[in-house]
Design a protein around this ligand. Structure first.
Ligand SMILES: [Zn+2]
Length: 138
């Protein structure tokens, strides 16, 4: 998946660590970066989840490390797709597997009447559904 940088070179996407206020390390954030001018920008599709996560930290966060792939299904799927032992599997297969996994968990959450958990799982499923057209490019 590529995008053109303002300088004209191609930007490539990879998972990187974002540092917030010099204290919080957010790992595995999909970032576009340009090798020729070093410009980088957050993958637009994950911005809502990233700003939401940063919003929960408040103005004076403690020093900590967060895994973005735990809140963003896009980052999770990108990680899965780049794991060496999954190299032979298609991205569609990985996405299908994750959807099935989330649906199983959703059934479990609903049978336990765990509403916050169900809501979280529904949000994750909608993240995948929303991006199912773009995710195949990873
Ligand atoms: Zn550039």
């Amino acid at each position: 998946m590529q995008k053109q940088c303002k300088c004209g070179a191609a930007m490539s996407i990879r998972l990187r660590t974002v540092i917030y206020q010099n204290k919080v390390e957010i790992e595995n954030v999909p970032i576009f970066s340009c090798e020729s001018c070093s410009r980088s920008e957050v993958f637009p599709e994950v911005k809502p989840e990233l700003t939401g996560l940063i919003g929960t930290l408040g103005g004076t966060p403690e020093k900590q490390q967060l895994l973005f792939n735990e809140v963003s299904e896009i980052a999770h799927l990108m990680m899965k797709a780049t794991e060496k032992n999954r190299a032979a599997d298609s991205v569609e297969m990985i996405i299908d597997e994750r959807i099935n996994e989330l649906l199983d968990l959703l059934l479990l959450a609903q049978s336990l009447c765990d509403e916050p958990w169900s809501e979280d799982l529904r949000k994750r499923l909608s993240q995948i559904a929303k991006h199912s057209l773009t995710v195949q490019d990873f």
